[in-house]
Write a protein that binds this ligand. Structure first.
Ligand SMILES: N[C@@H](CCC(=O)N[C@@H](CS)C(=O)NCC(=O)O)C(=O)O
Length: 222
């Protein structure tokens, strides 16, 4: 039996969505973020030394990193016929989007979140304008343009493709859901991105997505 070690408001929501799409039985073990630090509880380290979510166990296997989990589930429980053959452009595109979400897009969203937190953190009054100045400058000159570059790219891609890999939903769509949902929730994706908005709305309306939401508990990004 697959066990999903699920942290509230986190990337593990996309694993629940995938398992619901696959109609694969699984159980959920829930973990709650510390409301102050937002970190996962130490008990998650018993499953994997980094103590991050998602992690799944399946029999003797312990699998961390959402890209690896999604790829494992697609190959183990998915429709093998729909998986792209190694060496083809489809296979490269599948792997590209699977790695892209965590490897290229998430780091800039995380940087933005960190600098926003720095600005809002309590600090001596004389340090506040300095911290705000550094955060604003970094945001304007580096992080903001990088995020715009990525969102322009995704917006253009979704203008030409219903799903990331074309006409059919695939594992790559589960993987990109978290950064897009976090971007929408934080107002980073605005009204000027109709393709991203429609794409997210389209998959969030799927019954499997709705079932995953019910099972996963609190998730602020849907
Ligand atoms: N690249 C990893 C990131 C895992 C990760 O950082 N997960 C966050 C939740 S979205 C987490 O566990 N945060 C709690 C913590 O760092 O203590 C993946 O995609 O699985």
């Amino acid at each position: 039996m697959i066990t999903v070690h699920h942290l509230n408001n986190s990337r593990s929501q996309r694993i629940l969505w995938m398992l619901e799409e696959l109609e694969q039985p699984y159980e959920i073990k829930c973990y709650e973020r510390d409301p102050k630090t937002m970190l996962a509880p130490d008990s998650l380290r018993k499953v994997h030394p980094l103590g991050k979510s998602p992690v799944i166990t399946d029999g003797d296997l312990t699998i961390a990193e959402s890209g690896v989990i999604i790829d494992y589930l697609a190959h183990t429980y998915g429709d093998k016929a729909s998986l792209p053959a190694p060496g083809t452009q489809q296979w490269i595109d599948y792997n590209y989007w699977l790695h892209y979400a965590e490897g290229s897009l998430m780091p800039f969203l995380l940087l933005r979140l960190i600098f926003e937190k720095v600005k809002a953190s309590p600090m001596p009054f004389f340090a506040k304008p300095i911290a705000k100045g550094i955060a604003d400058k970094t945001g304007k000159q580096f992080i903001g343009p990088q995020i715009k570059n990525h969102l322009d790219f995704i917006e253009a891609h979704l203008g030409k493709n219903e799903w990331l890999l074309g006409d059919e939903i695939s594992a790559a769509d589960f993987q990109i859901s978290f950064p897009l949902e976090a971007s929408l929730a934080r107002g980073i994706v605005g009204r000027n991105r109709p393709n991203i908005r429609n794409y997210v709305e389209r998959y969030q309306a799927r019954t499997a997505y709705q079932r995953a939401l019910e099972k996963g508990g609190k998730y602020d990004f849907a």
